[in-house]
Design a protein around this ligand. Structure first.
Ligand SMILES: [Fe+2]
Length: 231
């Protein structure tokens, strides 16, 4: 199919020393675009967007950790969403439960943010992006579903899942996010994770239901036991 006839352009790029994936979601016809978790190298992201002739009007944040959002991490200042909003006219879309953490970590203010809820849908050109609230790694972790593709942040990785031993983490919520919310997506949904932690850079929900042990639990107690939180 010719590029201008395609509905979605989805670009995955690995940036920074922590194997983060950032994503650019664009409508190749209207040239409107959104960027997901723009940390580590804002120049490179903006250069790419400008080279493609895209108009960046949304910054989507999966969760408030500095390697995704930008901010100060153990003395290192990581570029991210705050730098981006100083250079492009775009709002930062965060889950309502994550807003305070996002402001604290990034220095962004309420006027920079659009606070979203589970199930909200926003448009980028002709594309519909559905926001899926998947708490567990952090209280307001969210995934983005667009045209059968799921950008899954630090909730679901290829054959693993995000940490649940960090401040704000909740292993019980992670169980429900993986085994109830994301398990209910269509098996053909292509999953794009927040880190390159596996040889494959993407997978599908069907593959993960078969091979990811964290998505194969039928009850909470077994999941908590496997995560080291037996009771
Ligand atoms: Fe994280």
């Amino acid at each position: 199919m010719a590029d201008q006839e395609k509905k979605l352009s989805l670009v995955q790029a690995q940036l920074g020393p922590m194997a983060n994936f950032i994503y650019i979601i664009a409508d190749p016809v209207t040239r409107e675009a959104a960027v997901v978790d723009p940390a580590w190298d804002v120049d490179r992201i903006i250069n790419y967007v400008q080279t493609k002739g895209y108009r960046l009007d949304k910054i989507l944040i999966t969760h408030y950790h500095q390697d995704h959002l930008g901010g100060n991490l153990m003395g290192q200042n990581i570029q991210g969403a705050a730098e981006m909003v100083s250079r492009v006219k775009a709002k930062v879309y965060v889950n309502r439960n994550e807003a305070e953490g996002v402001k604290r970590v990034s220095g962004l203010s309420d006027s920079d943010l659009v606070k979203v809820d589970a199930g909200d849908v926003f448009r980028v050109g002709r594309l519909e992006i559905k926001f899926i609230h998947t708490p567990g790694h952090t209280p307001g972790s969210q995934c983005f579903l667009v045209e059968g593709n799921l950008i899954s942040g630090d909730t679901l990785f290829v054959n693993s899942c995000g940490r649940v031993d960090l401040p704000g983490s909740d292993p019980e919520q992670m169980y429900y996010s993986l085994n109830h919310i994301l398990r209910n997506l269509d098996d053909s949904t292509v999953v794009y994770p927040g880190h390159a932690y596996a040889p494959e850079s993407s997978t599908t929900i069907g593959e993960q239901k078969r091979h990811n042990m964290y998505m194969r639990f039928n009850n909470l107690d077994d999941f908590l036991m496997a995560m080291g939180y037996g009771r």
